[in-house]
Design a protein around this ligand. Sequence first.
Ligand code: FAD
Ligand code: NDP
Length: 313
Amino acid sequence: MLENLVIIGSGPAAHTAAIYAGRAKLSPLIFEGQFAAGVAAGGQLTTTTEVENYPGFPDGIAGPELMDRMRAQSIRCGARIETKTVERVDLRSHPFQVFVGSETIQAQSIIIATGATAKRMNIKGEDRLWQKGISACAVCDGALPFFRNQVLVVIGGGDSAAEESSYLTKFGKKIYLLVRRDTLRASKVMQERLKSNPKIEILWNTEAIEVLGEQKITGLRIKDNKSQGERILEAGGLFYAIGHLPNTSFLEGQIECDETGYIKTKSGTTLTNIPGVFACGDVQDHTYRQAVTAAGSGCMAALDAERYLSHHS
Ligand code: FAD
Ligand code: NDP
């Protein structure tokens, strides 16, 4: 079975790529995953409630509904979708091979749009209160009415934590940043911005050990890891900024990635180091990580693949 174009993933990047490739008559085959990397088909937006910043929906739209619509549009434009997870690929020879269960699919070109997964703390109370005051994306959720004028807590010590804490000062009345060491990993400029903001207080050597609340978050049990002293910190919101893991393990190191595991693409394109293999969305973007930027790069990947196929098939 030789496919023109296999798309791996099912978030905004994969579906936008499928819409463009379908309209270009490439008859793309999508493997949308079956709870791949712990995320339902449809991607990260299936784990959120309201999306207010995706253009075209002035009243906002529920994340799962937005993804259902993208999926329907992919099919209408000519994509075929299989609810299966790609376990492995062989990119060493052309056509490429894609391994899915007992099937092996040959592909002239591949678009990788497998996204990234926000790391969780896995502390007590987290599962109960996930999306009831706990979020892994301040830029996505911080502006929701739920968090307005609340005491908010951010956990992390990198650039994301610094950026998200600063961003949240627009909405929260006070931001606590919990840092597990006595130093930040964030760049100097971000550190300075953080430290000069009067709404932000850094709690050094501090770890969260439990999230409190029943229907919504009311606070955290925190621990000073130097003195081992525990106390309750009252809060109306908690944001994790402890890093993301790009979903690339199925590639088994066959594509060039940066030191944090994100696929490297040639600047301004979706080209990887392997001709005929393209990457789009969060799996190659640790900076913007938004639905609209993922969709934009999905469009680029389809156009790049179309150009490649016109010369190679
Ligand atoms: P993803 O959405 O990450 O989807 C990738 C998909 O690929 C997943 O379904 C995964 O299971 C699948 N997959 C992985 N490996 C395989 C495999 N081997 N085989 C097959 N399938 C595989 N952005 C906004 O713009 N606005 C928001 O309001 C917003 N809210 C958010 C709220 C939350 C809680 C989170 C976590 C993120 C939010 N984001 C928001 C960010 C946005 O969801 C992401 O930037 C966007 O979904 C990235 O899209 P993507 O297409 O790269 O991949
Ligand atoms: P990083 O991996 O850089 O930082 C993660 C932070 O979370 C670290 O401080 C780490 O602590 C902390 N952490 C990890 N696990 C835990 C845990 N279980 N409990 C408490 N703290 C924890 O991730 P980022 O998302 O911040 O950044 C990723 C990349 O993206 C970086 O290269 C960054 O520079 C870049 N970026 C750039 C931005 C910009 O320039 N505007 C904005 C956002 C990100 P410790 O330090 O102790 O390991």
